[in-house]
Design a protein around this ligand. Structure first.
Ligand SMILES: Nc1ncnc2c1ncn2[C@@H]1O[C@H](COP(=O)(O)OP(=O)(O)O)[C@@H](O)[C@H]1O
Ligand SMILES: [Mg+2]
Length: 457
């Protein structure tokens, strides 16, 4: 099988991070030690130190097949820590985040969902020496001729493109298909691009920095005009995941013509990735790795609320972790001793024993009032909510009595309340108002207990 990697586009999943948007890392100093407050992270120092160590091991590829579990009460920063690790790892290491309950879908098998997420976290870095034409586009002129099939229309027969580097410039006459690729990449004069000589694939690198003073609303990446000749050998690096390869090789790309688009309208856009296809892809990939063409980059699969998985899923995961191409798994749970879903077995964290044996466990502990206050302050700032000093004290106190998450959830309603009363910051009164309007878990369950007879059992 020959693997299609030319036209692979990345399908990285965007983790839903809005409530964690203030977190930009683990908050480490240059020596890798944990700072009190940094990168949006407050307290939880031991767990952060352990996470920092894990991050190092992951970067040094020392933890293949290892599983890390964040265990601790709700709202103690387990999800935040996992995402902080992903920020520390940077964009080159694949990181796929999912929640345990995502496996329950009416259409797709549980194990298929796990499998595709595992493959999203397995990265490949492919380096190739390619013959390319590279430079800043100086001109782009399509050559039109009368379309012999259509008496009135014209068709593009070829394209003339001018490319400029520091050393020289060249004018090329290229095939019409490359004109299509140029349009797809939205290439215009002043862009820096390269065209692969063999495949004709076009890549737009960015806007030439000669144009950096243009008033440009869209954030564009400015790049220097390439050095060397227009026509040269260039090392081209592609970072992709096995999931990208699965998709690219399952669904024939192209098919941009009107008929295929209409035909696919009625059909659900399901991609048929079979086990057989994956096996074949793995075989080729392993060969590439052996030959040094590709470098394996084990990434991270993060499964939040892992107690939502059932025995079938746990068994499947256990089997996958034995494979040579396997990601680092990070799990998080707030459960203590409880039943493994789908069985009557009671076990720590609601996970089967054989999986627990593999775990490196990092525990998180509840925050003290001062830490709660610091986190609230950071969040208020991130959400652009002005808050009075005494209101912050009051909210922190509520957070310490109930939970951090409950206090965080009061921020926005309190701000709306304050605005309605024409204040320009959240006041202590507004906090008390919304605290009366909404219930935290303890008060809610007390009310349920006191009024048991009026609720349906
Ligand atoms: N140490 C921390 N520093 C800064 N923000 C935190 C910290 N711990 C938790 N948070 C924030 O508090 C909220 C709840 O934390 P979360 O990670 O969702 O808890 P858990 O996953 O343990 O239930 C999130 O918005 C999170 O970003
Ligand atoms: Mg969580």
């Amino acid at each position: 099988m020959s693997l299609k990697i030319q036209t692979v586009t990345s399908h990285a999943k965007d983790p839903k991070t809005s409530s964690h948007s203030h977190i930009t890392g683990l908050g480490l100093d240059d020596e890798g030690n944990v700072k009190d407050i940094a990168d949006g992270m407050v307290g939880q120092k031991e767990a952060r130190e352990a996470s920092s160590l894990m991050k190092e091991l992951i970067l040094q590829k020392q933890v293949a097949g290892r599983t890390i579990l964040f265990a601790g009460p709700p709202g103690t920063g387990k999800t935040a820590l996992a995402l902080a690790i992903s920020r520390e790892l940077g964009p080159k290491v694949p990181f796929c985040a999912m929640t345990g309950s995502e496996v329950y879908s009416a259409e797709v098998k549980k194990t298929e969902i796990l499998m595709s997420n595992i493959r999203r976290s397995l990265g490949l870095r492919i380096k190739e020496n390619k013959e390319v034409y590279e430079g800043e586009v100086t001109e782009l002129i399509p050559q039109e001729v009368e379309d012999p099939l259509n008496g009135y229309g014209k068709t593009v027969q070829s394209v003339i493109i001018g490319l400029k580097t520091v050393r020289g410039s060249k004018q090329l006459k290229l095939d019409a298909s490359i004109y299509e690729s140029l349009q797809k990449e939205k290439v215009i004069a002043g862009d820096v691009i390269y065209i692969e000589a063999n495949s004709g694939a076009v890549r737009r690198v960015g806007r030439s920095d000669a144009f950096a003073t243009e008033a440009d609303l869209e954030a564009d990446e400015y790049v220097p005009i390439p050095k060397g000749d227009v026509h040269k050998k260039k090392e081209v690096v592609q970072d992709l995941t096995l999931h990208d390869l699965d998709l690219a090789n399952a669904r024939p790309q192209g098919g941009q013509d009107v008929m295929t688009m209409i035909q696919s309208l009625g059909k659900p856009r399901k991609t048929e990735i079979t086990d057989k296809l994956r096996l074949e892809i793995d075989k080729v990939v392993e060969k590439y790795i052996d030959q040094g063409i590709a470098e394996f980059v084990p990434g991270v699969l993060f499964i939040d609320e892992v107690h939502m998985l059932d025995l079938e899923c746990f068994t499947f995961m256990n089997k996958q972790m034995e494979k040579s191409l396997s990601p680092i798994i990070i799990l998080a749970t707030n459960r203590g001793k409880t039943k493994v879903r789908g069985t009557d077995i009671i076990s720590d964290f609601g996970m089967p024993r054989d999986l627990i044996d593999r775990l490196t466990i990092i525990t998180t502990i509840p925050y003290n009032p001062q830490e709660v206050s610091e986190i609230l302050k950071i969040r208020a700032h991130a959400e652009g909510i002005p808050i009075a000093a005494d209101a912050l004290v009051r909210l922190a106190q509520i957070g310490a009595e109930t939970s951090l998450r409950y206090a965080l959830q009061l921020l926005t309603p309190a701000w709306i309340q304050a605005e309605m009363n024409a204040y320009d910051e959240v006041t202590q009164e507004a906090i008390d108002d919304v605290h009366d309007l909404f219930l935290d878990v303890q008060r809610s369950s007390r009310i349920l207990k006191d009024n048991e007879e009026v609720y349906l059992a």
